[in-house]
Design a protein around this ligand. Structure first.
Ligand SMILES: Cc1ncc(COP(=O)(O)O)c(C=O)c1O
Length: 287
């Protein structure tokens, strides 16, 4: 079966999928995106992902190019046409095509692009065994709440992590506190058994997985606090982990040169990971 992408109203072979050379997403990173995960043909947390997409668009004065009902139909159709039961769907909406000029054009028609990918998330070695991360300065702008396609600082940090033999980078603000990962939210577990993660008012992405996990943690009677934590606190923490739609709850077993605990996923992280997996696969337990 040929892999298909969706570009502005057409299902088209993935290898031929293209947008105009003056698309503002291509020239100015003038667009936003979402990534949602599909497990056993069910899209996980679809509503909050689409709510966030609409919010990102409205913050940038870009209109949703179709109704939300049609958007959902196209997402499901593309997943079905590509035979994806377990995998992800990537949605990108840019301001559209216009003669190159920095100021927003008044009449551009937004471009809508979607791609899908098969992934067997629940058996990914890194998610199960944990990852090594590095810490590096956060070079991003002051609107990280918008899921913009402008990801160059994230790409630089992730490349730095890979070159250092790591899997992810946690970004550090000027006061020495962790903001979030390049593509995930950052969490630690303190020695008095508290979950710590930064508040979403602090110029980070309002992670959908983060929000779901907070509800699950509350159900499990775990205590959590939303506040910044330093790199040193993270290195001396009982446990650390990250969350995102595609990495679920991923244990962090090493930060820079510091191995956490015995270098294996910790108890709290494993419990939360199990509960989140259960949430994803067992629709009856969905919130
Ligand atoms: C910078 C950043 N933070 C956090 C997240 C996690 O968000 P979500 O749980 O909605 O996938 C992502 C996901 O792409 C991200 O790019």
């Amino acid at each position: 079966m040929a892999r298909l992408a969706y570009v502005d109203g057409r299902y088209t072979p993935h290898q031929d999928a293209a947008v105009h050379v003056e698309d503002r997403g291509f020239q100015f990173s003038d667009g936003v995106y979402e990534v949602a995960v599909c497990i056993d043909s069910a899209l996980i947390d679809l509503t909050p992902h689409l709510d966030r997409l609409e919010r990102s668009l409205s913050e940038l004065e870009i209109s949703l190019p179709t109704s939300r009902r049609v958007l959902e139909m196209v997402m499901k159709e593309l997943l079905a046409r590509n035979g994806v039961r377990d995998g992800l769907i990537y949605i990108q909406i840019t301001r559209g095509t216009a003669p190159r000029d920095h100021a927003f054009p008044s009449n551009a028609k937004p471009t809508l692009v979607m791609t899908t990918k098969r992934v067997d998330f629940l058996n990914q070695k890194k998610i199960l065994d944990g990852v090594k991360i590095i810490t590096t300065p956060d070079l991003r702008w002051d609107r990280c709440d918008i899921k913009s396609v402008s990801l160059l600082p994230n790409c630089i940090a992730k490349t730095e992590a890979r070159r250092a033999g790591g899997d992810e980078a946690w970004l550090v603000d000027k006061s020495g506190c962790v903001t979030e990962g390049t593509s995930c939210n950052a969490w630690i577990v303190t020695h008095d058994d508290k979950l710590l993660t930064r508040a979403t008012t602090d110029n980070i992405l309002r992670g959908v997985t983060r929000a779901t996990l907070m509800e699950l943690a509350a159900e499990m009677s775990l205590t959590f606090e939303e506040r910044p934590f330093t790199v040193e606190e993270a290195k001396s923490a009982r446990e650390a982990f990250s969350t995102s739609a595609t990495s679920f709850v991923t244990p962090v077993v090493q930060i820079d040169d510091t191995v956490l605990g015995n270098g294996a996923p910790g108890l709290f992280t494993s419990r939360l990971q199990d509960r989140y997996f259960e949430y994803c696969v067992n629709k009856e337990s969905a919130l």
